[in-house]
Design a protein around this ligand. Structure first.
Ligand SMILES: [Zn+2]
Length: 66
């Protein structure tokens, strides 16, 4: 899912953390309130999937601890 409100100028990183290639304007997402970028949508989706998995794990843990 591409958010049209995200701009490459706002991206906090210059290169994709997966590949080291330059970030692409169509491969941005938001992490902890900041725009972060990837070299292609596949890398971004991989990150989003990982973040969602950790969010779910944290939510489950919070629930266990009340
Ligand atoms: Zn990449």
């Amino acid at each position: 899912m591409t958010d049209p409100a995200l701009n490459l100028e706002d991206c906090v990183n210059d290169v994709c953390p997966w590949s080291g290639d330059p970030v692409s304007g169509d491969s941005l997402t938001v992490y902890r309130g900041a725009v972060v970028g990837f070299c292609n949508p596949g890398c971004r989706d991989k990150f989003n999937a990982a973040a969602a998995a950790f969010d779910a794990a944290l939510a489950a843990k919070e629930k266990r601890h009340g």
